[in-house]
Design a binder for this molecule. Structure first.
Ligand code: AQP
Length: 344
C-alpha cells in the first residue's frame, strides 16, 4: 500500500474545520493507504505556549482522533516528538531550503506580523514548513490529506523534495553503487471535495482556527448542544431570506450551508433545495441540531477513551514504534543501500 501522512497541532480543542478539512478524509483514506497520523506537538511550540497545557492538549487530540474514527488497528497514531527522526530530517532539509522560499509563506507573514514585538518572533515560525516537509517526506508519503490552508506548505514540501533529489539523489546513489534515483517520493495534496476551507462563524471570509481569539468563532468538537446552539444563533448572517451555495456576496451562507450539508450527511443538491427558502432563524435551528447530532457519538467515545488512559498510552507507544522504524528507513537510506547491494 502507498503511504500517507497527516497531522494536527495540539493547540486548544479540535474544531469543525479540522474535522471536516482533515480528519474525515483520514478516516476514509485509512482503508486505502498505509496511514501515519501524527499529533504535531513540535509545530505547536513555534508560538508561545504553556508546557503543561501542551501535554494535555496532545492527549486530547490523540483521543479525538480515535473518537472520530481513526482506527489504531490500521493507522499508526503517534506524537511527533516521540520520533526524533522528524527533527533530524528537518535539520538536513533546512540546509537545502532557500530562505526566500520560507519568507514567502503567507502563514509566516501573517503570524510574524501579528507578534507585538518583531524581535520576539522565533526562528521556528520561519522554518516550520521545513519541519512539515520532514514529517511528510520521512514516510515517503504519496498523499497528504489537509485543509486548503495547508496547500502551500505541501507544495513547498514537494519543491524541497525535488531539490534534494536533484542535488543529492543521484550522487548519493551512485556513491553506493546504485543506478541513480530519488531520495524522496514527491507527495500530492488531498483536499476534501467539500469543506476544504471552513470559515469562522463570525466572519465568512476568515478561516475557522484554534488560535482565533474568540471561542464564538468556532465549533469545537467537544462543545455541548447548548453551547453549539448559542454559537450558531450568534453566528454572522446576512439580511437575505434563503440559503445558497457559491454566491461570493454571501460567504456566511455558503459556509454554514456547507457545514449543514456534511453534518446532516446529505448531498449538495438536497441541502440547497431544503434550505433555499428558509429564514435564517429556522436554518440556524436545524444547523445546530445537525451539528450536535453528529458530534454526540464522537463525544461519547471521547469520554470513554479519556477514562482509560492506559489504552491511549499503548496506542501512542505502538504508533511511535512503527513510525520510528519506517522513518529510520528514509533517514538512514537503508532502501538505497539494499538496492546498491543488490539485495532489495
Ligand atoms: N478552517 C479550516 N477548514 C478546513 N481545514 C482546516 N484545518 C484547519 N483549519 C481548517 C486543517 O486541519 C488540519 C490541522 O490544522 P492545524 O493544526 O494547523 O489547525 P488550526 O485550527 O489551523 O490551528 P491554529 O493553531 O489556529 O493554526 P493557524 O493559526 O495556523 O490556523 C490541517 O490539515 C488544516 O488544513
Amino acid at each position: 500500500k502507498a503511504r500517507l501522512f497527516s497531522g494536527v497541532q495540539p493547540t486548544g480543542v479540535m474544531h469543525l474545520g479540522n474535522y471536516l478539512g482533515a480528519i474525515k478524509s483520514w478516516v476514509k483514506l485509512q482503508e486505502l493507504y498505509d496511514t501515519f497520523y501524527c499529533i504535531v506537538d513540535m509545530h505547536a511550540i513555534t508560538l508561545q505556549h504553556e508546557p503543561k497545557e501542551l501535554l494535555e492538549a496532545t492527549r486530547r487530540t490523540a483521543a479525538l482522533y480515535l473518537a472520530c474514527g481513526v482506527n489504531p488497528e490500521v493507522s499508526s497514531i503517534f506524537v511527533q516528538s516521540h520520533v526524533p527522526a522528524h527533527a533530524e530530517l528537518a535539520w538536513l532539509l533546512s540546509c537545502v531550503t532557500p530562505i526566500g522560499w520560507l519568507r514567502r509563506m503567507t502563514q509566516f507573514k501573517e503570524k510574524s506580523a501579528r507578534a507585538s514585538d518583531a524581535s520576539e518572533v522565533g526562528t521556528g515560525l520561519l522554518t516550520y514548513p521545513v519541519l512539515m516537509a520532514a514529517d511528510i517526506l520521512l514516510y515517503q508519503s504519496e498523499l497528504v490529506p489537509v485543509g486548503h490552508d495547508q496547500k502551500a506548505h505541501i507544495e513547498l514540501a514537494r519543491d524541497i523534495a525535488e531539490r534534494t533529489n536533484r542535488l543529492y539523489g543521484n550522487r548519493q546513489w551512485k556513491k553506493l553503487g546504485g543506478k541513480g534515483g530519488k531520495l524522496f517520493r514527491i507527495p500530492d495534496v488531498f483536499l476534501p471535495p467539500v469543506n476544504a476551507r471552513v470559515m469562522s462563524l463570525q466572519d465568512g471570509t476568515s478561516k475557522m482556527s484554534k488560535s482565533a481569539e474568540s471561542d464564538m468563532s468556532r465549533i469545537n468538537l467537544l462543545d455541548d448542544p447548548k453551547l453549539v446552539k448559542s454559537k450558531i444563533q450568534k453566528a454572522k448572517s446576512d439580511g437575505q431570506v434563503g440559503l445558497e451555495f457559491d454566491n461570493p456576496d454571501r460567504p456566511e451562507a455558503n459556509n454554514l450551508l456547507g457545514i449543514y450539508q456534511t453534518m446532516s450527511g446529505i448531498s449538495k443538491d438536497a441541502a440547497q433545495s431544503e434550505c433555499k427558502d428558509l429564514q435564517w432563524g429556522e436554518f440556524k435551528f436545524r444547523l445546530a441540531e445537525a451539528i450536535s447530532e453528529h458530534l454526540r457519538p464522537i463525544q461519547d467515545r471521547y469520554k470513554i477513551i479519556m477514562d482509560d488512559r492506559t489504552v491511549l498510552d499503548q496506542v501512542l507507544q505502538n504508533g511511535a514504534d512503527v513510525a520510528a522504524e519506517t522513518a529510520a528507513r528514509t533517514l538512514f537510506n537503508e532502501q538505497a543501500q539494499r538496492d546498491a547491494e543488490g539485495s532489495g
